[in-house]
Design a protein around this ligand. Structure first.
Ligand SMILES: *Cc1c(COP(=O)(O)O)cnc(C)c1O
Length: 418
């Protein structure tokens, strides 16, 4: 079986006439259909809203597509807030889930009337001197300990820098109430790239119980519960695949068990998904420029880890398709590399692929989230273009490739030109 590409070899040969490789290309149709599936899965909750995690794919054209599908945005920095403002997200369409937050970021978030998600108890007084409180403020929870699902440890919140202890959550609510805040959101992010339909429901059950406790003990009006990100995608062919319908129903079950009987049936469910919204709908397209035969067989691409850092940084698997050779036997073992002076600049190690020739185009799959956005300029490598494959089959340049002038833009060369 092969992971399906949303572009063919013929299409890429046409595209490269205008936009040379490497580039990231996104599939508008796939993005929209997936966003609709998510919305449908949570349609049982009247207030449901997805706040797309901008850091996954900070491109205004992508953000606009998601806006049209009814999504808001989740920001964690000044520039993400600025971008969201430019795209036209307003007030309750913006969630600001930051940590170690600079003053200016809080000030802009407040100016945009975003929901602000406090990462720490001390942020409340830090914020108080900067901007007025919104009627609804959000608090980020860290339950500590290990986070387990089906008796397996999925992550260790006790070692994570995010969020507050339960006691601090309670102090925060008392403090905020004294400052005139009327309603609260609660938020937690306990595991990343999960492949188990049980993740969101388990997280929801923890947050729902906490919400009821805060409601009963402190008379806190809970406005929303933010399940944050963490629903993963199947980067590998044989990995389990999340079913968003089952996930939505799993959350609903706990909602009806815990939230509804507490008389809190108007609590809204929010999500802040990034990877799930975009990863499968992006390809990094690159051309084979070299082959090398030493102790191993190497294929050299015109893309490198600066375009997609996950394999180099986490050893993450990204599936590779050689365009036009989808049905050929994978009987050659290759290391597929970029050109950084870094031995970990390898998109694949010992990967079985069809025989590759110089000039072939390869698709590196699932680059749509935490792909381009984690890019960097090491070795003076330039960031690639981003393209959008529109629903009508046409291609739009949604970010041009960097030029050397972009790379040099922060130097003042006048001293060297005398
Ligand atoms: C990164 C992040 C997300 C999105 O995470 P995904 O794994 O891409 O779903 C959501 N919320 C916060 C606060 C984050 O830091």
């Amino acid at each position: 079986m092969e992971k399906k590409c949303f572009v063919t070899k013929e299409k890429i040969e046409q595209i490269v006439k205008d936009y040379p490789t490497p580039f990231h290309i996104y599939d508008e149709k796939g993005i929209r259909e997936n966003a609709r599936r998510l919305k449908e899965a949570f349609s049982w909750n009247k207030g449901f809203k997805e706040y797309f995690a901008v850091k996954a794919t900070p491109n205004p054209y992508i953000m606009k597509i998601l806006k049209e599908e009814g999504c808001g945005v989740d920001c964690s920095s000044l520039t993400e807030l600025m971008l969201s403002d430019i795209v036209g997200f307003k007030s309750n369409e913006i969630m600001f889930s930051s940590n170690v937050t600079p003053k200016d970021d809080f000030i802009l978030a407040s100016k945009l009337d975003a929901y602000i998600n406090f990462d720490d108890l001390t942020h409340i007084d830090f914020y108080k001197d900067l901007a007025p409180f919104k009627k609804t403020m959000c608090l980020r929870y860290n339950p500590g300990g290990d986070f387990t699902l089906n008796n397996e440890i999925m992550d260790t919140p006790k070692d994570a820098k995010y969020g507050m202890t339960k006691d601090q959550m309670k102090q925060a609510i008392k403090k905020l109430k004294a400052y005139g805040v009327e309603k609260f959101g609660i938020h937690a992010f306990l595991a990343s790239n999960t492949k188990d339909n049980g993740y969101y429901p388990k997280l929801a059950s923890i947050l729902f119980k906490l919400a009821v406790e805060l409601h009963n003990e402190l008379d806190a009006k809970i406005d929303f519960i933010n399940l944050s990100g963490g629903v993963g995608v199947d980067y590998k062919l044989d990995e389990p695949k999340n079913d968003i319908k089952i996930i939505g129903e799993g959350v609903r079950k706990y909602y009806e068990e815990i939230i509804t009987p507490a008389g809190m049936g108007d609590v809204k469910i929010f999500t802040e998904l990034g990877r799930f919204m975009l990863a499968p709908y992006g390809h990094l397209v690159s051309k084979v420029v070299h082959e090398k035969h030493i102790y191993k067989e190497y294929i050299g691409l015109d893309a490198c880890a600066a375009n997609l850092m996950r394999p180099a940084m986490y050893g993450a698997y990204h599936h590779i398709t050689v365009l036009g050779k989808e049905n050929e036997k994978c009987d050659h073992k290759y290391d597929v590399t970029g050109g950084l002076c870094e031995n970990n600049d390898k998109f694949a190690i010992d990967r079985m692929l069809p025989k590759i020739d110089i000039g072939d185009y390869v698709v590196i799959h699932d680059s749509g989230a935490h792909g381009f956005s984690m890019g960097y300029n090491y070795n003076g490598k330039l960031r690639s273009a981003e393209l959008l494959l529109k629903e009508d089959g046409t291609v739009k340049l949604i970010r041009r490739a960097e030029t050397p002038n972009d790379y040099f833009a922060t130097f003042d060369f006048s001293e060297f030109k005398k």
